[in-house]
Ligand binder design. Structure first.
Ligand code: ADP
Ligand code: MG
Length: 559
């Protein structure tokens, strides 16, 4: 009995498809990358599950991806013998349930087709990119281990929902047939497909196969591997070009842009592993969400285990992408084991050092790129001193700030720069925190510092309070807020300053007495300040008091 049903796409999926069909017309060929990438994920999953249940291979353990085309029928087919999907999987994964990334993706669209199509891979909406070139997509799939009759066909034109129908499929895995639009015929072409595959999929560790040609150039029944199919990280560095590293990055990070830097390592000795770590050039959409979708891909002896976002990198380096391939972990490693395993702990420690080293090198040799990095990821790195005490010093040197030295909102000042400009008598690093850059820069607390030409760091990122708390000091110099506590700046006074102050004190005697009487219990003390130059007065907090703006907020709330 064949059961066929019509189903509706979820609202956001519909919006997304509309976009794919009507406005994403640049970089069309990414559909190949996305579908091959899904096929490769499906093979990784099968290989992982088969570790504990060999029968899932059904006698066919040679995992592969096949790409075929039919010029006459104007179709392109992408097939894998990976894990496959049950009927329920299909409903959940493609169509009825919008994944967390979908909404976000839609909200990020700029209307610039080139930019927007770069977002597709990142947001985990890769499958739908089929509809950029196809006006009908037929997906046939069977979950490995299920019976041939448990297979299902999903079909859609991307506009009026989709149909699901039971079918029979001998081989496990998934086959996707793209019925190309009339004006996308160019993709049903041997040369075109091969070159797209070698551009995007050379270094995925799985063979991508196409039909072989005979001497006259006619297609035969035989298959040949068209990508290099080597696990890039296992290659010696000398074999690899920058482009190889860049394409591999795009594959694992689902990014369209080149990474800023990478570090490729082969570690031998007590522990044996290979790692390839990348610094992206753009922040992923979920950098500021509580959970991230992608992280470091963990392999054990070249078998993909999982995408790890918690154990292999600390949170403040959550933007790092890459692969760590261990020879010491057991193949059946679980998430629970990862959380408390000394092999993982050591690999993580060493990898953090690699990343910090990479950033240090960039900061020294490639200031322009480092600034790009900072503008994109600086606020994440500022979480570092509080989270990673062991590397506090090293992270501190990587930090960049706005300060009264430049008065510019762009954060370019290092703590080392600051220290080198400190006054002879100066023992502390002064900073001010505020909600916005403008209010930090224009704070009355700064007047006396400006007058005395003492530099003050201008902190206005939300993470900054947390940063100064975690950092406490740099190079033996305490970080000191200019808005908190008794600030004794008299050591910076010139003779002239002192004379002037005495006069002011004398003149103010009367008014201070008066103010104390009027304000009474409302304040702790009233005193003459030499902090200010042109503002008449300001409130000063005790060291333990909460930040000034909190008080302002409470006052506004009527306290
Ligand atoms: P992502 O790959 O980021 O999850 P996609 O839109 O590319 O997003 O794919 C959606 C989901 O559909 C995948 O997560 C997977 O569960 C399923 N899927 C897609 N292609 C395949 C395939 N070839 N084999 C098995 N499952 C697949
Ligand atoms: Mg995908």
């Amino acid at each position: 009995k064949v059961k066929k049903e019509n189903m509706e796409f979820q609202t956001e999926v519909n919006q997304l498809l509309h976009l794919m069909i009507h406005s994403l017309y640049s970089n069309k060929e990414i559909f190949v990358r996305e579908l091959v990438s899904n096929a490769s994920d499906a093979c990784d999953k099968l290989r992982f599950e088969a570790i504990s249940d060999d029968s899932l291979y059904e006698g066919d353990s040679e995992l592969r991806i096949e790409v075929e085309f039919d010029e006459e029928a104007n179709t392109v087919t992408i097939r894998d013998n990976g894990i496959g999907m049950t009927r329920e999987d299909v409903i959940n994964n493609i169509g009825t349930i919008a994944k967390s990334g979908t909404k976000e993706f839609l909200s990020k669209l700029s209307g610039d087709a080139a930019k927007d199509s770069n977002l597709i891979g990142q947001f985990g909406v890769g499958f739908y990119s089929s509809f950029i070139v196809a006006d009908k997509v037929t997906l046939t799939t069977r979950r490995a281990g299920d019976k041939p009759e448990q297979a299902v066909v999903w079909e859609s034109n991307g506009e009026n929902g989709f149909t699901l129908e039971d079918t029979t499929k001998e081989a496990h895995g998934t086959e996707i047939v793209l019925h190309l639009k009339e004006d996308e015929k160019e993709f049903a072409n041997d040369y075109r497909l091969r070159s797209i595959i070698s551009t995007y999929s050379d270094h995925i560790p799985l063979p991508v196969k196409m039909r072989k040609r005979d001497e006259e150039g006619k297609l035969t029944e035989e298959w040949e591997v068209v990508n290099k199919a080597n696990a890039l990280w296992t290659e010696p560095k000398s074999n690899l070009k920058d482009e190889d590293y860049q394409e591999f990055y795009k594959h694992i990070a689902h990014d369209w842009e080149n990474p800023l830097a990478w570090s490729h390592n082969s570690v031998e000795g007590k522990l044996e592993y290979k790692s390839l770590l990348y610094i992206p050039s753009k922040a992923p959409f979920d950098l500021w969400e509580p959970e991230q979708k992608n992280g470091i891909k963990l392999y054990v002896q070249r078998v993909f285990i999982m995408d790890d976002t918690k154990n292999l990198m600390p949170h403040y380096l959550r933007f790092v992408r890459g692969v760590i391939d261990s020879n010491d972990l057991p193949l059946n490693v679980s998430r629970e084991i990862l959380q408390s395993n000394h092999v993982v702990e050591s690999m993580r420690k060493a990898s953090v050092k690699k990343v910090l080293g990479l950033l240090e090198k960039m900061a020294k040799n490639d200031k322009e790129n480092y600034q790009k990095f900072w503008n994109e990821f600086g606020r994440a790195l500022k979480e570092g001193p509080g989270e990673d005490m062991a590397n506090k010093e090293q992270i501190a040197k990587l930090l960049r700030f706005s300060s009264t030295h430049t008065d510019s909102e762009e954060q370019t000042v290092t703590l080392e720069d600051y220290v080198s400009r400190m006054k002879e008598e100066q023992e502390e690093i002064y900073y001010i925190t505020a909600e916005t850059f403008a209010s930090a820069k224009n704070s009355p607390h700064l007047e006396v510092f400006r007058k005395k030409e003492i530099e003050v760091l201008l902190l206005s990122d939300r993470v900054d309070e947390w940063l100064v708390n975690g950092l406490q000091e740099f190079d033996g110099k305490k970080l000191q807020s200019v808005a908190k506590g008794e600030l004794d700046l008299s050591k910076f006074d010139t003779e002239e300053d002192k004379k002037e102050q005495e006069e002011v004190d004398k003149k103010a005697d009367g008014i201070i007495k008066h103010l104390k009487e009027v304000l009474g219990e409302k304040v702790e003390d009233v005193r003459v300040s030499h902090r200010l130059t042109s503002s008449p007065s300001c409130i000063v907090l005790n060291e333990q008091d909460m930040a000034l703006y909190m008080q302002t907020l409470m006052k506004q709330a009527g306290h």
